[in-house]
Design a protein around this ligand. Structure first.
Ligand SMILES: Nc1ncnc2c1ncn2[C@@H]1O[C@H](COP(=O)(O)OP(=O)(O)OP(=O)(O)O)[C@@H](O)[C@H]1O
Length: 290
């Protein structure tokens, strides 16, 4: 596959203002086919605005955007049938049993998956014959995911998809999204769960005040891979800690000193959440300085 057809989303200088608020202030992005790409950022950062422009539901004020080879602001029905969306808010559905709701939505798409299979894959098999309105919050969210994927989209937008999921359901959902991406579906995920981004995303994009602060793999974001480690242990009844670039050397020295097991030894590197929070703090400090 050549470079051009391998690029599903290409954005340059994207801008959107609401009155005086610059919600999206010049964004450049390129997302590849089959990639799971995650937007992270505080409330009001501009994530939804950017994503809604890419979905073709919001007009941009400036810049260019190509999604599946077309301008999302002008694309028609054929393009829309190639895009799946799981909105932040519940999708409005008819008063029907779960399987019929999914069948109903499948009818809008030329290449839809088997609706019953989709109901099983999102874990709603046991609820298939029950009315959608009787589902619990987390089950209702699974139905939204089923409706987003039933059309066999090439590109799937997920806006905070696992809100209300219990931990087991969330892990099952991650497996489902990974399967979709392995099958070639490109996934654009907006989430406030850093663990979710870490588990799923090939790359994360941190947005603050309408601007991209960084795009990288979760492991390497903001120099995380080479960040100092904290080595901790218990000595003379007290918790001790050192920060070091060479945790292996520190542990080996401790092992020699203690002649064997080091009490309550721990080695900690910054989590994605800590790294992200550090970036957002820096951004807030920058804003305050301005
Ligand atoms: N329809 C609108 N009219 C006016 N201002 C808006 C509108 N939609 C969004 N905004 C403003 O644009 C900015 C970006 O909002 P946006 O919803 O894109 O942020 P977000 O990153 O998706 O936030 P969240 O994490 O809370 O969903 C915010 O300051 C918001 O108040």
């Amino acid at each position: 596959m050549n470079q051009a057809s391998d690029t599903v989303i290409e954005v340059n200088g994207l801008r959107k203002k609401y009155g005086d608020t610059e919600a999206v202030a010049g964004i450049d992005l390129s997302i590849r086919r089959g990639e799971i790409f995650s937007f992270l950022g505080p409330n009001g950062a501009g994530k939804s605005t950017a994503v809604e422009i890419l979905e073709g539901f919001r007009h941009r004020d400036g810049g260019s955007a190509r999604v599946l080879g077309e301008d999302p602001g002008k694309a028609g029905r054929a393009w829309r049938s190639r895009v799946g969306i799981v909105w932040q808010k519940e999708t409005q559905v008819p008063k029907l049993p779960v399987r019929d709701v999914v069948r109903h939505f499948a009818g809008y798409y030329p290449l839809a998956h088997d609706p019953d299979e989709v109901v099983e894959r999102v874990g709603l098999g046991p609820k298939a014959k029950e009315l959608a309105e009787s589902l619990s919050g987390g089950q209702r969210r699974r139905l939204d995911v089923a409706l987003g994927m039933v059309g066999r989209p090439e590109l799937l937008f997920l806006d905070e998809p696992t809100t209300g999921f219990d931990p087991k359901a969330r892990r099952e959902f991650w497996g489902l999204i990974r399967d979709l991406a392995d099958g070639g579906t490109t996934v654009v995920l907006t989430t406030h769960y850093l663990e979710e981004a870490e588990e799923l995303a090939d790359r994360v994009c941190v947005i603050a005040r309408g601007r991209i602060r960084a795009v990288d793999t979760p492991a390497a974001l903001d120099g995380r891979a080479s960040a100092q480690a904290t080595v901790g242990w218990l000595e003379d009844g007290q918790r001790r800690e050192i920060r070091t670039d060479e945790p292996t050397r520190a542990v080996s020295e401790l092992a020699t000193r203690f002649v064997g097991e080091v009490p309550e030894l721990s080695v900690h590197r910054p989590t994605l959440e800590e790294t992200y929070l550090g970036m957002i703090q820096d951004d807030e400090a920058e804003e305050a300085a301005v």
